[in-house]
Design a protein around this ligand. Structure first.
Ligand code: FES
Length: 162
């Protein structure tokens, strides 16, 4: 996508909403969905459209975990580190992922294939430890299952469910 195309897509996203600050989050979510992150120019164009300081939108974009100012991987791996999962070895899963992907939680592979995040309780404590990949739960997960799961997503290519 050229810079001009990107700017035009951003414009379409923004102008789908009234020029009212209460729609700022919705527009940011749409940008996140479209680009897999929120481009800097997206913040600028939205600030101009809404007539608000860009810093206000920046704060929003950094506050919400679902929003990112840097591109995320095609596949998003979330390791639950809530109490039940932590006690059942979620950090061992993080270590297995590091071995498999070479990244720590909070990072994205250089080739843009995977991002790994540590998250709070995913509401499935009885099935701990839990890992979520592209929205799909992998429950009662054992460390030795991690490489196979990652391979299956590698084989799929880009994220199927975003
Ligand atoms: S602590 Fe992991 S699902 Fe609740």
């Amino acid at each position: 996508m050229t810079e001009q195309d990107k700017s035009s897509v951003i414009k379409d996203i923004i102008e789908a909403y009234p020029a009212d600050r209460r729609f700022a989050l919705a527009a940011l979510q749409d940008m996140q969905h479209e680009f897999n992150y929120i481009p800097e120019e997206g913040l600028g164009q939205l600030a101009d459209y809404l007539g608000c300081p860009q810093a206000q939108l920046y704060s929003m974009a950094t506050f919400y975990k679902a929003l990112s100012l840097t591109p995320k991987g095609e596949h998003i791996v979330k390791i639950c580190n809530g109490t039940a999962c932590h006690l059942r070895g979620s950090m061992n899963l993080a270590t297995a992922l590091k071995k498999e992907l070479g990244i720590d939680p909070g990072q994205t592979c250089e080739d843009g294939s995977f991002s790994v995040e540590l998250v709070n309780c995913l509401g499935s404590c009885a099935l701990a430890p839990v890992m979520l990949v592209d929205g799909v739960y992998h429950n009662k997960l054992r460390v030795e299952q991690v490489p196979g799961i990652i391979d299956s997503y590698r084989a799929k290519g880009g994220a199927q469910n975003d």
